[in-house]
Design a protein around this ligand. Structure first.
Ligand SMILES: NC(=O)c1ccc[n+]([C@@H]2O[C@H](COP(=O)([O-])OP(=O)(O)OC[C@H]3O[C@@H](n4cnc5c(N)ncnc54)[C@H](OP(=O)(O)O)[C@@H]3O)[C@@H](O)[C@H]2O)c1
Length: 300
């Protein structure tokens, strides 16, 4: 299987909520990805919610035999702005059965726990996934947004074949990657393009891209592929042309000089994030003051 998948959060509406703005184009993204050799499609019942799983079935059935649809359960979408963890075993069972129906599958190849729910003992949540696996509703269990300690606890209950955590040129500190490499666990990288931030002009990434006649996105993805033998980036896109561009990252080999010059991207990225956070805090303070002044002056 190629070590690059397709993330499908972007195929729902704004902020991963509601239907896609252009359904025909969203279908084209999925079909083009499979045509180009993508064999892992990452999704979740929460994308839409429900919308993206239905879109996948509508666009890709009959599925190629070797296509892995990796969906997730354990997180709900009460609204466009909210994501709510739900690791209750009864919820997970209902969620898995609903995903099977929407995807029109008899068994889900890879079912991932979307996130940890602090209101439910973790062992009970993982126990529910083990039961679904024993019953043949899911083939393999994966976890998302986990630290090493939790991964170990889950492994004591059921074999874990994959982890899905955030990893990219800026967010590169995740000890789970090395744990996965030591234990033969696939590591699916979410936000591999920093949610689009890493495809903005950046002199360090651009210099490496120029040297290889590649694009910034391809360099960001190639860096993840070079990070460890177990990484599998899942870039998200609503553009068939970008699927094509991203797949070509599999051909790009970064050398030691490239990796060294990309070191600075992390520090610069963190500084930019801090600047953006300070600007957002200033804007929030300004709006709060403005609202307070309007209230004091009797305007609504
Ligand atoms: N487990 C979790 O908790 C979790 C959380 C978030 C995401 N995920 C998964 O991870 C996947 C990836 O995350 P993401 O989609 O949010 O962010 P991402 O892959 O880091 O970045 C997506 C952004 O990059 C742009 N892009 C993609 N390819 C490009 C290219 N070649 N050139 C220029 N721009 C490009 C896309 O715009 P265009 O549409 O214009 O291409 C989009 O704005 C998701 O789709 C989802 O499957 C999982």
């Amino acid at each position: 299987m190629p070590r690059l998948g397709l993330g499908t959060l972007r195929l729902a509406g704004f902020n991963g909520y509601g239907p896609p703005p252009n359904r025909a184009r969203a279908r084209e993204v999925l079909m083009r990805a499979v045509e180009l050799g993508v064999r892992l499609i990452d999704t979740a019942d929460a994308y839409g919610p429900d919308v993206v799983e239905e879109l996948i079935a509508d666009s890709l059935r009959p599925y190629p035999d070797d296509l892995v649809i990796a969906t997730k359960g354990g997180q709900t979408r009460p609204s466009r702005l909210t994501w709510r963890p739900d690791g209750d075993p009864a919820h997970l069972r209902r969620a898995c059965e609903a995903s099977l129906r929407r995807l029109v599958l008899e068994r889900i190849d890879l079912y991932q726990l979307h996130t940890f729910d602090s209101a439910v003992p973790f062992e009970e949540t993982v126990g529910a996934l083990a039961a679904l696996r024993d019953e043949g509703k899911i083939r393999h269990v994966g976890l998302s947004n986990v630290p090493v300690e939790q991964l170990r606890r889950a492994q004591a209950i059921v074999p874990i074949v994959s982890v899905q955590n955030r990893l990219n040129l800026v967010d590169r500190e995740d000890s789970v990657v090395d744990y996965c490499a030591d234990h033969g666990i696939a590591y699916l990288c979410w936000f591999p393009l920093g949610r689009g931030d890493l495809v903005r002009p950046n002199r360090r990434i651009e210099a490496v891209a120029r040297k290889h006649e590649a694009t910034i996105a391809q360099v960001a993805l190639a860096w993840l592929l070079a990070r460890s033998v177990v990484t599998l980036p899942i870039p998200g896109t609503a553009s068939p042309a970008h699927v094509e561009e991203n797949m070509q990252a599999l051909e790009l080999r970064l050398d030691a000089d490239d990796l060294e010059s990309l070191e600075g991207v992390e520090l610069e990225g963190r500084a930019a994030l801090r600047r953006r956070a300070r600007a957002a805090a200033r804007r929030a303070l300004h709006s709060t003051r403005h609202a307070a002044e309007r209230l004091r002056s009797g305007k609504s």
